[in-house]
Design a protein. Sequence first.
Length: 119
Amino acid sequence: MTSGGRKRRNIEKVALQIVNESGDEGILQSDLWKLIGVTSREGSRIAIRLEKKKLIRREREYHSKRWTYRLHPIKKNHPLLPVIDSPCIICANNSKCSVEDVVSPLNCRKLIEWVLKTG
Ligand code: SF4
């Protein structure tokens, strides 16, 4: 697998982890993209890929005067740690972390270790 492919798999895994943790309420996709630091375009692609793999369910929702999607987990019994344990929540670099920046979730050792530990 190319390093780009590996990075994409890692970010998909993080996104899936967070959706799985969202429980019955699910999570608005825009909130998820903010958490993992991807653009809405990239995020939509991730959501579509996860839905095609039948790992999540997307539901249309009218929110803040526009149509968007809420993402729901499909596997509800997966033994995962709460998302509150994510290193991003307390990370000092959170506000400047994005896939397009030098500080990126795609090469963050802390995040990858957390995902591997919980997945
Ligand atoms: S640097 Fe790592 S831990 Fe910090 S916000 Fe980015 S992905 Fe999360």
